[in-house]
Design a protein around this ligand. Structure first.
Ligand SMILES: Nc1nc2c(ncn2[C@@H]2O[C@H](COP(=O)(O)OP(=O)(O)OP(=O)(O)O)[C@@H](O)[C@H]2O)c(=O)[nH]1
Ligand SMILES: [Mg+2]
Length: 225
C-alpha cells in the first residue's frame, strides 16, 4: 500500500565515499525506529528482494545480545560472513550517533572481508523517536514505525519522523485490529516531513517490502551515477 508521496531525489551522502584504493565504497543505509516496529523484518525482506542482483552486507545493533544478527543468520537471508552483530551495551542511539566507532569498524570490516559491496544495511537497536544516525556512519537513513505503536506517532514528530530520508509506516495489516487510521497517519506524516517520502508497508502482504526496495534502488542509482 502506498498512501504517501514519493521522492526520487538522492539522499544526502557523507563526504568520504571511497575505499582506500580509490574505488567507490558501498552505499550505507541506516534503519532506525522504535522497538519492534519491524526493522529486522524489513532488513530480512530487503536482503531477499535485492540479494540476487546486489552484493549486500548487514550490521545489526542490539543492547545486550546479537539477537537480530542471529535471526538473520537463522533465516539465511545472506551468507553468514555478510552479517555482523554489534553489541552496543548502552542506549542504541549512542552507537549510531555519538560514538559510532564500533559500527564503523563493523562496516569497514565487512567491506574488506566480503567486498566490493554495493549496499550495507545498518540496523539500529530499537530506540525512541529522537534516535538518528550520524552522517559519518550512513549515507541515508530510514525510520521505521508501525501502525500498532499508535496512529499519533507521525504527529508526535521527533528527528526520526521529521528528517529521515525515508519514513516507513509498517504493519498496515494490523490497522483494522488496533483502530489505526492510515489516512490520518499519511496526513500527519506529510505535515511533519513536507516533500520527504513516506511509504506504508505490510511485510505479511504480497507487496511486502517492494516499495522500500524500489526506494533503495533509486538511492543506489544516484550513488553510482
Ligand atoms: N503483522 C505484522 N507483523 C510484522 C510486520 N513486520 C514485522 N512484524 C512482526 O513484528 C515483530 C517485530 O519485528 P522485528 O523486525 O523484530 O522488529 P524490530 O524493529 O527489528 O525490533 P527491535 O530490533 O527489537 O527493535 C516480529 O514478530 C515480526 O514478525 C508486518 O508488516 N505485519
Ligand atoms: Mg531488530
Amino acid at each position: 500500500m502506498h498512501l504517501g508521496h514519493t521522492h526520487d531525489g538522492p539522499a544526502a551522502v557523507s563526504a568520504d565515499a571511497t575505499r582506500p584504493d580509490g574505488t567507490r565504497r558501498a552505499l550505507r543505509i541506516g534503519l532506525g525506529g522504535p522497538v519492534g516496529s519491524g526493522k529486522t523484518a524489513t532488513v530480512a525482506a530487503l536482503c531477499r528482494e535485492l540479494r540476487d542482483r546486489l552484493s549486500i552486507a548487514v550490521v545489526t545493533n542490539d543492547i545486550y545480545t546479537r539477537e537480530d544478527a542471529e535471526f538473520l543468520l537463522r533465516n539465511a537471508v545472506l551468507p553468514p560472513e555478510r552479517i555482523q552483530g554489534v553489541e552496543t551495551g548502552a542506549c542504541p542511539h549512542t552507537a549510531i550517533r555519538d560514538d559510532i566507532s564500533a559500527n564503523l569498524e563493523a562496516v569497514e570490516d565487512l567491506e574488506e572481508a566480503v567486498g566490493p559491496l554495493d549496499l550495507i544495511l545498518v540496523e539500529s537497536g530499537g530506540d525512541n523517536l529522537t534516535a538518528t544516525f550520524s552522517k559519518g556512519l550512513v549515507d541515508a537513513q530510514v525510520f521505521v514505525i508501525d501502525v500498532a505503536g499508535g496512529d499519533d506517532i507521525p504527529r508526535k514528530g521527533g528527528p526520526g519522523v521529521t528528517t529521515a530520508d525515508l519514513l516507513v509506516i509498517n504493519k498496515t495489516d494490523l490497522a483494522p485490529h488496533v483502530g489505526s487510521d492510515l489516512q490520518r497517519m499519511a496526513r500527519d506524516a506529510k505535515e511533519q516531513r513536507g516533500e520527504l517520502p513516506v511509504l506504508f508497508t505490510s511485510l505479511t502482504s504480497a507487496e511486502g517490502v517492494g516499495p522500500v526496495a524500489d526506494w533503495v534502488r533509486v538511492q543506489l542509482a544516484a550513488w553510482t551515477a
